[in-house]
Design a protein around this ligand. Sequence first.
Ligand SMILES: Cc1cc2nc3c(=O)[nH]c(=O)nc-3n(C[C@H](O)[C@H](O)[C@H](O)COP(=O)(O)O)c2cc1C
Length: 178
Amino acid sequence: MKWKIPPTQTEVTFAPDELIVSKTDPKGRITYINRVFMKVSNFTEEDALGVQHNLVRHPDMPRGAFKHLWDTIAQGNEWFGFVKNITKEGHYYWVFANVTPDFEAGRIVGYFSVRRQAPRAAVRAIEPLYTEMRRIEQEAGAAQACAASLAWLTAHLAQQGETYESFVLNLFQSHANT
Ligand SMILES: Cc1cc2nc3c(=O)[nH]c(=O)nc-3n(C[C@H](O)[C@H](O)[C@H](O)COP(=O)(O)O)c2cc1C
């Protein structure tokens, strides 16, 4: 089931020592959510288990960010990034996520995501980049959207000598307590 939740302008935050955790199968269907996930998003286990992880997808997120996530984890690598998510009421919360593949006998059997509250200064830095990616996606049309926005992000960060990973890790580490 795909929820169509109208977004509000209300932000939900959580404490620096709280972790939002979920697990999925290899196709991205949720197999586990922890209590903090439920508390922040207001989705219950009944809402979430067996459902695609785009359950908490916020319409402000560029598609290219998720292409980068899936390209990275499907190759067996871990992904770090900032994600704006939606709650059951349409409110939003920003997280810094670390998504890792779960291996059994050398095969990927699922994925884990562990998320912390995104520092405010980091959100201020990432938000304009995602806004520009969404503008590029609208201009490029559906078929080219992900490739076009991701190419722009990669080139933009390369000008500063950064990859997406080095950029987001620096952002998180330098603002971890803000
Ligand atoms: C372990 C794991 C955790 C994920 N966590 C999120 C999340 O918190 N928010 C989100 O929007 N997408 C998350 N995704 C990505 C979704 O599977 C999906 O690619 C994304 O929401 C875009 O959905 P769409 O292609 O239907 O627009 C996660 C994927 C995995 C494998």
